[in-house]
Every structure is written in structure tokens, then in C-alpha cells.
Design a binder for this molecule. Structure first.
Ligand code: IVH
Length: 820
């Protein structure tokens, strides 16, 4: 569109609709209009720049809102007087006249089409073959892009200035969200570079970067606000905020994937007038400062299609944003034009959709578990489903508030996904599938393990705890499991199963009794002279005649007496001998012996089995237990004993962490161990002395101090020390502080180190070992499986090296690895 110039008046081309009223505009009015518009634009930019930079905090502006409104009012009056001044770029037209969103309708000059979906590699090949046949061209080049899981956006730049942004809406008419889009950090307010077009409408996707999404949701949960089900919903919610200050608090980003209206600059060189391919467009857009995807590739065969689908399928969760598929576009614009579009979608593009990582399953029950510090947490028991490559049947629900916030009822069909592809998480119910039989979860008032009354540790805490820390079987089991774990003594063979056998061998006894009352047979352990394990069951006549309470007693009488646990505290773990567990049995559900299946008519049942010793070998071909087979400790048991022995010389921080002191984790344990070097010194320190250690706060200090005032805690320390556990770090030969003052994040696996060991090595050389990447991070060491931290580091420009550089880093410092 060109403006017509005259000596002392201007007739603006876009006021052609008002052509009846078209009139001469005095030069003074035109000058005033230009000046007011410029001032308003400047204030708007200042405002949105400040918002984008504020990260949700306070912002400072050179003019008050009232001054802005007054300028705006002046402009409106001027335009009322001279309607020909109203152009599509006038501030009165561009954001609906204010700093908030109007969601006014915005017709799309060129419709925003959708994409045709394909759901398999074969269908993608078929689409490519159709293009090939339609064009009569062999192997036409294809631009392969990731399908960003966000919201489509159209952004109009006039003479390089962001003028209007609209959602897709129904494809023909969208909503004006200009004010919100202006707060998106990577959307330029003004294009830069060569041959800035007269008008360009870029189309793309607004999304919520994965790493930021998790932090954002965590912060909302902490404030008791509803969390978003996924990054896409969060992006949609953020983009449709009435108040753009709210949008500015959300770290949205945009990526371009197409073009709408385009009018090149008058003097644009040839290649800017009509780029001849999709990828050439992206190069131009990037040259003007617009965000384009780093994941785009040019390909030209079935094999290439297979490769990108499988590559991004495997790596989709390592990208900086969620994707739900791949988009394949015939690259040549000429070919695109000749293939054309249907009313819904272009024929020259196809969207391959990955199978969903969110699945539906039935929530069968909500039960509670007791953690190692007594925290009682509800967890979901679900019908087993396959999600992102593994079977899932339970997921934590954190606390009763979380159950409420998610709005799930027992019996609901729920949406399940794997957070970060590892931890299963229930997102919420499918409410429309309810039939009225669902019931609400009620948090128990008493400990499910020991029966003690539950209470919050202090008023206002959401979590409730079992106060019976010394004797609650579940807490003892959990502490024992934890001390065997990777961040404590790291004892192979001492996991939850072993801990349960040692501390709660009769855990399933109640279920065994229920099974007997239900008429099921139960297998007891064979004695050394028996061929088959003896079977017990309640006789049918008894089942028919007796009352339930009598049956329970009858069933109980069929079982051997309940065993007392081998360990009643973690204090004795280092004294464990193979002989102590020779006759330890646990109740397990297992396949019924083949020879007895037909007679009893069952496939599986409860059975009493030796926990740590094996009951001889079965002879090949015979599904019977043989006589006189020597029983001996299992290999796992022997490994556990060896590992327990080795664990006695673990460094102090691991001992400290293994004590399950509330609020103490590996990082604070390392800080305390480094500073005090012996458990005795830590015990003797005052709260203030503890709190003064870098990396140890008041809460940790108080908790450590309080822990040492409890008698039975002393017994644990004493017993461990008596068994030879080293309670002080040996004099360290002074390690060279190669990493002094740096903040380093390690993610993924490091050769020769476990996670905590890698952290400890960094700390020992003077650096801070941070858990997450931020602008303050000096370096990310990314081993295999580094995931979203890698994406975040790349986004923030934090230097990254791989796991092979880790040893050099420790020995020679940061410069040495960056120089490599
Ligand atoms: S091209 C006419 N490219 O997917 C072509 N779309 O399911 C229209 N999307 O509405 C879009 N990533 O919002 C294109 N790399 C990509 C995309 C992409 C995500 C969205 C877009 C579109 C929807 C269709």
C-alpha cells in the first residue's frame, strides 16, 4: 500500500473505506498525530520492555498511567476530528486503545489453516508419495520440523514495528492479544537487519519452555494455586490473560513456522521479494531477529523420514519445549503452490503425531504410605497401563491438599503421564466419564503402619506425620531402605525388599488371612524332608457355616506363628550375620505349583518363602521341591553382607545423610561434614555454629541439633560406631581448589561417579554444586541423560561440557575444559 503525497495535505490510503469523508488534513494536525503516535508508541514499548524484563516484579516507567491515558485521549480526539488520520498502524487501532487486551476480533487476511495428521510412518510415506506423484518430481526436498506443542499465533509487523498479534481462533477470525504477545521475551518489538518488509505477518507457535514450566507449576503449588496440567494449557492460559502484567510473569516463548501477508520493502533485493522455499523463509525471518526453530532439517527420502521421526521420538523430552509430532513440508514454494490446499489444510504438508505420553487409566484406590521421617503421603493405586515405555500402577499424590487440588475421586478414570518421562503423575480426572459411584479420599487420622495418631509437625503444615518415629515399622523400613541407597551408604542388596523382610516380615499376613477366608489355598514353606510345600486352606463347610470373626481365628491357626522382626531399628544393621536370617520367611504371591494346580483349581496364591536363604535347587523337569537340599544364603545376601562391610568406611557426609535427619540432604550433609569433619564435632556444635556453615540454613541447623538430643538416636550412632562405621573423615590431603568460587551443575551420568559422588568432588575443589541451571551457573557438565538441564543451559547461554571433561575439570579447572 502506498501513501499519496501532496504539498500541504495527505490522503492516507487506508482511509479509503472513509472515502466519502476523505478530506484534506491540515499539516499541523498531521504533525500532531505523528508526534502523539510516536510518544504513545514509545511509552508502550517502554512499558512492555520493562514488563518483559521485570520477571513479574515491580516496574518503573517514565510516565504515569494517567499521562499515557491523556496522550491517548488527545490522539483519539484528533482522529475524531480528522478520521482520515486513522490508519491500521495508528495506536488507537493497534492494541484496541489500551495496555490491556481487548480480545477484539481480528479477521485473518489469509486464513490460518490447520495440518492434516498422519499417525504412522507408513502414512507419512504415503503422503510423500502423493506429493511426488502430484508434482511429477522425484524425491522433492522436504523441510522437516518439530511440531511445537503450543498455540498458533499471527504477528503483524508494519514497517518493522510489531503492530498486532492475534490468536488463530477459527482460522478466519482470531482474537487480539497484542498486549500479551508484546511481553514475550523473544518476540522482537521491532525487526532489525536488511530490507525490512513494508508488511509481514509471521505465524508461529507460542509455547512454555519445559524447564520453566516445571518451576512455574511448583511455585503455583507452593502458593496453593491450581497447577496446570501441561505446558500447552499453561501457554494457552497465559496468552489469554486480560491483564498483560500477568502474562509478563510467565516465561513464554515463540517460534515462527510460517508466513501470512507479505509485502516486501520497496527497495528489497530479489531474494527478499519472494523467497522460493520454506527454509529460505526461515533464513530471512531469522535475519530480521525473529525466532526460528533450531530443530529444522532438509530431507528427501522415506529413509530420512524414518530417521527424523525416530530421532525426535527418542529425544523429544530433551528439547527446550514439548513437541507432539513432526511436521513435514514440501520445501519449494512453487511446489507448494502447485499442490495447493484444501479448505482445511495444505496438501503440501503433513503432521506426524507421536503416540501420546498421557494415558487414561482407572484410579482403583488411594492409599497412604509412611516415609522415613514419618510423613504420611497418599498415593494412587491404578489399573496397570503402559505409559512412555513402561508399566505404571501407582503414583504419589503428595498430600491431601494435592488430592483435592487435582480433584480426583476413587473410581475415577484419570489422566496419567510421566513427568520428565520417569516419575508417573496423575494430572486429573476425566470428569465426563463419572457414573456417580466414585468416592472422595479421606486422609486417615491414624498411622496405617503403627496406629499412632497423625498430626502436622507444626500448625499450618499441610503434611501430617506419624509421631512414633522410634517404633513405627514403616518408618524403620523406610529409614533402612534409605540408608542402603545411593545417597547414603550405597549398599547393593539393601533395597526396599530386603528392608521389608528384615523389619516387617509379616507385612502381608492380613492379606493372607483374607485370602484364606475367601477360600483360597495358601502354601507354607516346605520342610527339608518334604517334596511339596504343605497346603493349608479353610474347609468349605467351615466357610459356609462360621461367622466372619470366627473364620479369621481359624485361618490364623492354620499359619505358623508370626515372626518377630530380625531388626527393630536401623541401629543393628551393621551387626547382621547370615545366620540371623536363616529362618526368615516372607509372604509372597506367586504361581501355584504346577502339580497341584488342577487339584486346587488356582493359578497363583500366597506362599511363605525364605527371604535370604535359598531352599535348595529344583531338579530339572520336576516342579517339586526336593528332599534334603542344603539351604544356603543367596548370592544377593552374601553381596549385601560384603557391601555392609565396605560401607563402614564411607565418608562422613554419607553417614550423616544415612541418619535420616529431617531437612538434611546430601548437600547440607556434605557441607556439615566438610566443616566439622567428625560426627562428634557436629553433635557438639550449637545451632548457631551449625547455621554458620555455608549451605546450611537455620532450619537444617535446628533440626540437626534437635536430632542429637534424642536418646534412641544416640543408640544408633553408638551401635554403628561399635560395629566399626567410621564416624570421622580422614585428614584430607588438601585438594587444590581448582574450582573456587564457581557454581557448577552436573546432570546425567559421569563415568566413575554416582550423582552425589560427583557433587562431592566438585565441592571438595571449592565450587558450589547446584541442582538446577540458572543465569548464575558457571558450567553445566552434561553426561548421558542430561535432559532438560541441557536445554535450559543452551537457552541461557551457560557453557556446557560433556562427561568426558569431568576429570580434567576437577584437576585443572574451568578454563582448561572450555579451551578444549
Ligand atoms: S505449519 C498451513 N509448522 O500445529 C500450515 N504448524 O495441527 C500451518 N504447529 O495450527 C502450520 N508446529 O499451530 C506448522 N512446525 C510447525 C508447527 C505447527 C506446531 C501447530 C500450528 C497448527 C497446528 C496444526
Amino acid at each position: 500500500m502506498e501513501s499519496m503525497h501532496a504539498d500541504d495535505f495527505i490522503l492516507n490510503a487506508s482511509s479509503v473505506e472513509h472515502s466519502q469523508q476523505a478530506e484534506a488534513i491540515p499539516e499541523e494536525a498531521r504533525r500532531q498525530h505523528a508526534e502523539l503516535s510516536a510518544q504513545i508508541e514509545r511509552l508502550r514499548h517502554e512499558y512492555y520492555d520493562a514488563l518483559a524484563a521485570s520477571d513479574g516484579g515491580e516496574i518503573e516507567l517514565s510516565e504515569s498511567d494517567a499521562a499515557y491515558d491523556a496522550l491517548f485521549e488527545d490522539l483519539k480526539q484528533l482522529e475524531d476530528q480528522f478520521p482520515a488520520l486513522v490508519t491500521s498502524t495508528s495506536p488507537t487501532q493497534t492494541v484496541g486503545g489500551s495496555r490491556t487486551n481487548t480480545f477484539a476480533e481480528v479477521p485473518h487476511d489469509i486464513p490460518m489453516l490447520s495440518l492434516d495428521d498422519v499417525f504412522s510412518v507408513e502414512e507419512t510415506h504415503q503422503w510423500y508419495d502423493r506429493c511426488h506423484n502430484g508434482l511429477g518430481v522425484d524425491n522433492p526436498q522436504v523441510c522437516a520440523e518439530v511440531k511445537v506443542d503450543g498455540l498458533a499465533i499471527s504477528i503483524l509487523y508494519v514497517d518493522g514495528v510489531l503492530t498486532r498479534a492475534a490468536t488463530r481462533g477459527d482460522g478466519r477470525v482470531g482474537e487480539d492479544v497484542t498486549a500479551n504477545v508484546r511481553t514475550i521475551a523473544n518476540v522482537p518489538h521491532r525487526l532489525t537487519g536488511q530490507a525490512i518488509p513494508r508488511r509481514i505477518e509471521v505465524r508461529g507457535e507460542v509455547f512454555f519452555p519445559t524447564a520453566d514450566f516445571e518451576a512455574f507449576n511448583a511455585a503455583r503449588a507452593k502458593r496453593g494455586e491450581k497447577t496446570f496440567v501441561n505446558a500447552r494449557n499453561a501457554a494457552a492460559g497465559s496468552l489469554r490473560q486480560k491483564d498483560s502484567t500477568e502474562t509478563a510473569k510467565r516465561p513464554l516463548a515463540m517460534v515462527c513456522h510460517g508466513i501470512g501477508v507479505y509485502e516486501a520493502a520497496a527497495d528489497a533485493p530479489e531474494e527478499y521479494i519472494l523467497p522460493d522455499s520454506q527454509h529460505a523463509w526461515y533464513e530471512l525471518l531469522a535475519g530480521w531477529g525473529l525466532p526460528t526453530s533450531p530443530y529444522t532439517r532438509l530431507i528427501s527420502s522415506h529413509a530420512d523420514i524414518d530417521e527424523v521421526i525416530s530421532y525426535y521420538g527418542a529425544h523429544r523430552h530433551e528439547l527446550s519445549h514439548e513437541i507432539d509430532g513432526m511436521v513435514f513440508k514440501i520445501d519449494s514454494r512453487q511446489y507448494q503452490a502447485s499442490l495447493g490446499t484444501t479448505s482445511r489444510a495444505p496438501r503440501w504438508a503433513a503432521a506426524y503425531k507421536y503416540p501420546p505420553v498421557e494415558v487414561h487409566t482407572r484410579l482403583l484406590d488411594i492409599r497412604t504410605q509412611v516415609g522415613r521421617t514419618g510423613r504420611v503421603t497418599p498415593y494412587a493405586v491404578m489399573e496397570k497401563v503402559l505409559v512412555a515405555g513402561s508399566h505404571v500402577s501407582s503414583a504419589t499424590l503428595h498430600n491431601q491438599d494435592e488430592v483435592k487440588r487435582k480433584g480426583v475421586l476413587i473410581g475415577d478414570m484419570v489422566i496419567l503421564r510421566k513427568a520428565g518421562d520417569v516419575i508417573p503423575e496423575i494430572l486429573g480426572p476425566v470428569e465426563k466419564l463419572r457414573d456417580g459411584s466414585e468416592r472422595a479420599f479421606v486422609m486417615p487420622s491414624h498411622c496405617p503402619s503403627c496406629g499412632a495418631e497423625l498430626a502436622p509437625a507444626k500448625d499450618g503444615d499441610v503434611d501430617v506425620r506419624c509421631p512414633n518415629q522410634a517404633h513405627c515399622p514403616a518408618q524403620i523400613t523406610q529409614r533402612l531402605t534409605f540408608l542402603g541407597g545411593r545417597s547414603a551408604f550405597d549398599i547393593e542388596g539393601l533395597g526396599e525388599e530386603a528392608a521389608l523382610a528384615l523389619t516387617q516380615p509379616e507385612l502381608n499376613r492380613a492379606e493372607v488371612i483374607s485370602a484364606l477366608i475367601a477360600g483360597e489355598p495358601v502354601l507354607l514353606a516346605p520342610t527339608e524332608t518334604e517334596d511339596l510345600p504343605p497346603v493349608v486352606r479353610v474347609e468349605a463347610e467351615e466357610l459356609a457355616e462360621r461367622h466372619h470373626s470366627e473364620l479369621a481365628a481359624l485361618a490364623e491357626a492354620l499359619l505358623p506363628p508370626a515372626q518377630t522382626p530380625v531388626l527393630s531399628s536401623e541401629a543393628d544393621i551393621f551387626d547382621l550375620q547370615a545366620q540371623d536370617v536363616r529362618d526368615l520367611y516372607v509372604w509372597k504371591r506367586a504361581a501355584f505349583p504346577q502339580a497341584l494346580r488342577e487339584y486346587y483349581g488356582v493359578e497363583e496364591s500366597w506362599r511363605l518363602v525364605r527371604a535370604f536363604w535359598s531352599t535348595g535347587k529344583r531338579l530339572k523337569g520336576k516342579d517339586t521341591f526336593r528332599k534334603n537340599q542344603e539351604t544356603r544364603p543367596t548370592k544377593d545376601m552374601l553381596t549385601m553382607l560384603e557391601e555392609l562391610e565396605k560401607a563402614k568406611t564411607q565418608p562422613l557426609w554419607r553417614v550423616l545423610n544415612a541418619l535420616s535427619i529431617r531437612h538434611v540432604g546430601p548437600t547440607s550433609a556434605q557441607a556439615l561434614a566438610d566443616h566439622f569433619t567428625s560426627l562428634e564435632a557436629i553433635r557438639a556444635a550449637s545451632v548457631d555454629e551449625l547455621a554458620q556453615v555455608e549451605g546450611v540454613g537455620q532450619i537444617v541447623a535446628q533440626s540437626v541439633h534437635d536430632w542429637f538430643t534424642v536418646d534412641w538416636h544416640h543408640k544408633i550412632v553408638q551401635r554403628w560406631a561399635d560395629s566399626g562405621v567410621r564416624m570421622a573423615d580422614e585428614e584430607k590431603e588438601a585438594l587444590e581448589q581448582t574450582l573456587a568460587g564457581l557454581t557448577i551443575v552436573v546432570s546425567g551420568s559421569m563415568p566413575g561417579y554416582d550423582r552425589e559422588g560427583a557433587k562431592a568432588a566438585i565441592i571438595a575443589r571449592g565450587a558450589k554444586a547446584a541442582g538446577s541451571v540458572s543465569k548464575k551457573t558457571s558450567l553445566l557438565v552434561a553426561g548421558p541423560g542430561a535432559g532438560s538441564k541441557l536445554a535450559k543451559a543452551e537457552a541461557l547461554g551457560v557453557p556446557v561440557v560433556d562427561e568426558n571433561a569431568f576429570d580434567t575439570l576437577l584437576e585443572q579447572g574451568l578454563e582448561a575444559v572450555l579451551a578444549q
